[in-house]
Design a protein around this ligand. Structure first.
Ligand code: PMP
Length: 438
């Protein structure tokens, strides 16, 4: 695979851009962080002229693929009317109504720019509402990089090694004080007993439990039967706010996100990534009485570009496209994911390599591990991230872009031909991996 120009660009970039990349995660890409030039549908091109079937999808937002014609048109037409106003505009009402209609637990919503900001706000609202300070979060979940919550996440993508595994409230980065995590209680996920014990014992301190409803950031692990239901029951009983972080699952596991799929209503929901098809927008939705704190001016929610018309137009357009044909696009994306998952499982068997593929809807995670199943963070931690990174590099040279570690995302634009090409590429990549490791 030719990557001379990406290499040159990366070198040049480092003279001006700290670290040469705009998000630390991107520096982990091997052989070099690629420089993109354009994308269309399921395909992405780089400066060296390579074309990839794209399963990175910008780490999730590109649910409609690259340059979706309708979304592009809608953006152009908004662009002509203004790209930001600093005043309210009708689009915000339209989008807020759409979200209230389709997100089961959202009676009121508010907008910001990134998933990190949405989580910050949800935590603030929960603390204000309950007048308590502690937040329960789970090992292996990710809720953005703000100081108050950035911990207990394996930094595999950054250093090819699950370095922080096992340590709990360790700051996620230099420059973050341990004090900033004083209010965080980290628990293992999918463990009802530990949850019950902790919530009963510390009910007077705990403001909120925040969870990814599916552990997408570590192994795409599904909640055990009854786990989220019990979490809902307990939090309701004990006056603790339940926050579903649906930054990944929202607009991916169906229009109503994971809460729609599992039929569980949290008190607050954070949304981001796919909501606006690749334009920065995030949202917090929640119960009317809780969100009223913003209306009453008790909780401040600020942001110069919040609800800007470009992002709002993108979200309206994305949601309308996803809603067409009663959500048939979700069935199609899931079918595509299932075809890939089945193909990958067959390849693992064919090449006698131990691995697990966990999938839900249009996302899945392939792991090389000796475990028969991956249903917990501990099992996830047994997976060989170095071997996977080598596999990802081999896939890249075969014209398939996947995360160096983590979820594969499917868009509405991935075709049967993409699946066929991908599985042929994976066959060669796994064969070569086996050779290298034997
Ligand atoms: N929550 C979850 C579940 C996420 O996966 C992410 C990002 N991967 C975030 C929050 C933070 O979102 P952002 O990167 O937009 O700040």
């Amino acid at each position: 695979m030719k990557c001379d120009l990406s290499t040159k660009n990366f070198e040049k970039s480092r003279h001006y851009l700290a670290g040469g990349v705009s998000s630390s995660l991107r520096s982990s890409m091997k052989p070099v962080p690629l420089f993109a030039t354009s994308g269309k549908g399921s395909r992405l091109r780089d400066v060296d002229g390579n074309e990839y079937v794209d399963y990175l999808l910008a780490y999730g937002p590109l649910i409609l693929g690259h340059c979706h014609p309708q979304l592009t048109e809608d953006l152009k037409s908004q662009m002509k009317k203004g790209y930001t106003y600093g005043l309210q505009h009708a689009g915000e009402i339209e989008l807020a109504k759409l979200l209230v209609d389709i997100i089961p637990s959202a009676e009121r919503v508010t907008f910001s720019g990134s998933g990190t900001e949405a989580v910050m706000l949800a935590l603030r609202i929960a603390k204000s509402f309950t007048k308590k300070t502690k937040i329960v979060r789970f090992q292996g979940h990710y809720h953005g990089w703000s100081d108050s919550i950035f911990t207990s996440f394996p930094t595999a993508d950054m250093n090819n090694n699950y370095s922080s595994g096992g340590k709990l409230t360790v700051p996620g980065t230099s420059g973050q004080s341990e004090k900033s995590l004083e209010d965080i209680i980290v628990l293992p996920w999918n463990n009802t007993e530990v949850l019950e014990e902790t919530l009963y014992a510390r009910r007077n301190e705990i403001a909120a439990v925040i969870t990814e409803p599916v552990m997408c950031n570590s192994g795409c692990i599904l909640p055990k039967e009854g786990y989220l239901e019990r979490m809902r029951e307990l939090t309701e009983e004990l006056g603790i706010i339940l926050i579903f972080d649906e930054v990944i699952t929202g607009f991916r596991l169906g229009l109503g996100g994971a809460q729609g799929r599992f039929n569980i209503k949290p008190d607050l929901t954070t949304m981001g990534k796919a909501i606006a098809g690749g334009i920065p927008l995030s949202a917090v939705g929640g119960r009317k009485d809780i969100m009223a704190l913003i209306e009453e001016g008790k909780v401040n929610h600020l942001g110069t570009l919040n609800g800007n018309p470009i992002a709002v137009a993108a979200a309206i357009s994305t949601i309308n496209i996803l809603s067409a044909q009663h959500g048939a696009v979700f069935d199609r994306m899931e079918r595509t994911a299932l075809d890939l998952v089945e193909g990958l499982r067959n390849l693992l068997e064919k090449h006698q390599i131990k691995g697990v593929v966990n999938q839900i809807g249009p996302v899945f995670h392939l792991m090389f591990t000796n475990c028969d199943v991956v249903t917990s963070y501990d099992e996830f931690m047994t997976s060989d991230s170095k071997a996977y990174q080598t596999f990802a590099e081999k896939m890249l040279s075969e014209g398939v872009l996947i995360r160096p570690n983590g979820l594969w995302y499917i868009s509405t634009e991935h075709s049967n031909q993409d699946v066929k090409n991908t599985l042929e590429a994976a066959d060669r990549a796994i064969a070569s991996l086996v050779k290298e490791y034997s």
